[in-house]
Design a binder for this molecule. Structure first.
Ligand code: NAD
Length: 507
């Protein structure tokens, strides 16, 4: 076994465990002890105590420690890459994107947190004799529950902002890929982030449920059905939740688009991380005049992609395995449903048992119709359905006819039209002539609507303020004995207030 995660704090008695598998060959990588609800409660209790001191450190001091963790991450880059490759099977260049994001988040919020969370003076439009301030406080203990598809980025991205805001953080990583989070936590501890300020609890639904019960704020990233359970559970304690859920992102390609770029964008957007990306292109709507050449070019390029096992010594691969048998079964079910209802599979369309892991060929499908599962449910696999549309209006109508609303993209050489269409897409974010990269830009809010969740990740100040509770403070500047609206009531003050009402609002 390559990694063993040993719990130091409690240890001893034999506890239930789960296994972490390498999805590229199904080998066992680690046996991880499950944290019980009692363990989780104790972890949060320790975090709550440690947070008090962490919050008293200056922003600079907190940033220094996270910068030191970043230095350790970069010095041990090879180990982190190997860990993520082993527990997800993804190609190393895709892992580097996760590292880039984490390093940038540390730099960005390390630099900006103090400014974004500074007290804000507020002057009032009516009661000019009073002044106000908005003050940001850390929530206390932020619980992060994350999925497996970007195991480092989705656990530590939120953790960095939350820590910079003065919170303690308890992460419940996905049971499929918890190892890289442990490694990153280790770097943070060595860099001076106190052990109780940043902790990991391991397990599945029970562990996550206990974290929801105990934490002061939950940032959850995962599927729609689990997101609903999280919200239901959080309602018992009225714990605020940030929900970033699944998607069924449309891509609209207009006839004036730069065809080569749109083709490459479609392939990358649909197949990056074997399509296991919340903001994957899951449907491409292409205007009729360019449809045939678009499809032909996509198929030609997809057929050149190398599917296989990432080995650090061998050649690069493009497409790794899916994460699990369950994920493979979802993709297979959707493709088979489409096939049975008359869709054309132009390339791919089958699992690759010969490769040993949970591999599925990159797949391009046409002649798909709205009633097929492939267009209704999130696929989360290496499948690109391409749909011919008469015009942009039809593309918009079909794009918006979905219960999801995460991200989207529009491809056109007419920037004004692109912007006008982008506004009409029912999604939390939209790229024009680009795809998915919006997620990596901290200045841009990455929101969601409909079943894809609510709340925003990123968005400059909002990206860190969401880990704070906001306090509004009012202060009287004049010091009169009593205000007009205070006891005892009398006709004179009633008259005065009445006059004020007319003066202000009658016209
Ligand atoms: P999942 O919902 O199965 O699991 C997510 C996390 O929730 C895991 O840590 C899991 O252990 C935990 N969990 C399981 N049951 C729970 C319960 N009852 N209560 C609380 N937590 C529970 O999702 P997944 O399969 O790990 O990830 C894939 C999904 O995540 C896809 O739908 C994808 O679109 C979504 N996702 C969304 C974003 C985004 O930013 N919107 C990003 C990445 C992934």
């Amino acid at each position: 076994m390559l990694y063993e995660v040993v719990r130091e704090e409690i240890g001893s008695a034999a506890r239930p465990t789960f296994q972490v598998l390498n999805p590229a060959n199904r080998e066992i990588l680690a046996e991880v002890e499950i944290d019980s609800p009692v363990d989780v409660a104790q972890a949060v209790k320790r975090a709550r105590v440690a947070q008090k001191e962490w919050a008293t450190l200056s922003f600079k001091e907190r940033a220094n420690r996270l910068h030191a963790a970043r230095k350790l991450l970069l010095e041990n880059k090879a180990q982190m890459i190997e860990t993520i490759v082993l527990e997800t099977g993804k190609p190393a260049p895709e892992v580097l994107i996760e590292l880039l994001y984490i390093c940038d988040m540390i730099g960005y919020y390390g630099r900006k947190a103090e400014k974004f969370l500074a007290d804000r003076k507020v002057s009032f439009h009516l009661l000019k004799h009073k002044g106000g301030a908005i003050v940001y406080h850390p929530y206390g203990v932020v619980g992060n529950i994350s999925p497996w598809n970007f195991p480092l980025l989705l656990s530590f991205g939120d953790a960095i902002a939350a820590l910079m805001a003065g919170n303690a953080v308890v992460i419940k990583p996905s049971e499929f890929s918890p190892l890289c989070a442990h490694l990153m936590m280790d770097f943070c501890h060595k860099a001076g982030v106190p052990r109780d300020v940043l902790q990991i609890v391991n397990g599945m639904a029970d562990t996550a449920g206990a974290l929801i019960d105990e934490a002061d704020l939950i940032s959850f990233t995962g599927s729609v059905p689990t997101g609903k359970k999280v919200m239901e559970r959080a309602s018992r304690t009225l714990t605020p939740v940030l929900l970033e859920l699944g998607g069924k992102d449309p891509m609209i390609v207009l006839q004036d688009a730069n065809l080569e770029r749109a083709v490459n964008g479609a392939i990358n957007g649909a197949l990056f991380n074997s399509g296991q990306m919340c903001i994957s292109v899951e449907r491409a709507y292409v205007e009729a005049p360019i449809y045939d050449s678009f499809v032909q070019k996509v198929v030609e390029q997809v057929q050149k992609l190398r599917v296989g096992v990432e080995t650090r010594s061998g050649d690069s691969i493009d497409i790794g395995p899916l994460m699990s048998e369950r994920q493979l079964a979802i993709v297979e079910r959707q493709v088979e449903d489409a096939r049975a209802r008359g869709a054309k599979i132009l390339t791919g369309g089958r699992r690759r048992e010969d490769l040993g892991g949970y591999f599925y060929e990159p797949t391009v499908i046409t002649d798909v119709t709205d009633d097929m599962l492939l267009l209704q449910e999130e696929t989360f696999g290496p499948v690109l359905p391409i749909i011919k549309v008469k015009n942009a209006e039809e593309a918009l109508r079909l794009s918006n006819d979905s219960e999801y609303g995460l991200s989207s993209s529009i491809w056109t050489s007419n920037k004004v039209r692109g912007m006008a269409l982008a506004r009409r897409i029912a999604a939390g974010s939209t790229c024009i002539n680009d795809v998915a990269i919006n997620y990596a830009i901290p200045e841009l809010p990455m929101g969601a609507i409909k079943q894809s969740g609510f709340g925003y990740r990123h968005g400059a100040e909002d990206g860190i303020r969401m880990f704070c509770r906001v306090q509004g403070i009012l202060s009287d500047r004049v010091g009169m004995k009593r205000e007009l609206h205070w006891f005892p009531y009398n006709r004179r003050s009633e008259k005065l207030v009445g006059k004020m009402l007319d003066l202000l609002f009658k016209r």
